[in-house]
Design a protein around this ligand. Sequence first.
Ligand SMILES: N[C@@H](CCC(=O)N[C@@H](CS)C(=O)NCC(=O)O)C(=O)O
Length: 193
Amino acid sequence: MAYTLYGSKTSPFVRRLRVLMESTPYDFKELSIFEGQDAITLNKINPLNQIPVLVDGEQTIFDSRVIFNYLNSKHHFQMMDLNEENLLTAIDGAMNAGVSLLLMKRSGINTNEPFMYVQRHKERIESVLDYLKPFIVDRALKTWDFHSMSLYCFLDWATCRDLISIEHRPYCQNFLNHYQEKSILISTQIPKA
Ligand SMILES: N[C@@H](CCC(=O)N[C@@H](CS)C(=O)NCC(=O)O)C(=O)O
């Protein structure tokens, strides 16, 4: 039976799974998560009210990292040791911080004000991008795996949404340029609005 992936075309967490599943058949169910019937549907399948959610037969799985682990155990995409887990945790942390900043902006919070909560999120992203520099330069440019897919989805989304600037990080811009013509990245491109 094919997988069903619930998500949106704007979420970087969803996109990284769509990129991972480029050669894995699945039905994509697009949800508008914040309102109407779609929000009710989402709540019925995930009490956290978050996307992505993967359904495989009787099994429902919340959280993109857990979904990745599940798919990886079935399809053996890549080996994961503790260092690999740490790298992915760092990328996930930046993505979570970015989503929080976007929700703050959409809630009318001025993210240019020096609120500690805002600063912690901004600093986390910058710190992760510092930490990832050797990974990007030495590996991500050569290896297209879930780490580089996740990083691409984060950087592309966060720059597109004006959440971060990577002008002072040419290695990030090179990384985006390097992969931007991939067909799966073009077909899952984030809608501009
Ligand atoms: N840790 C979760 C985070 C997922 C997440 O934050 N999804 C966002 C969309 S990008 C969402 O559903 N936000 C709605 C909300 O948090 O209320 C994962 O990796 O799947």
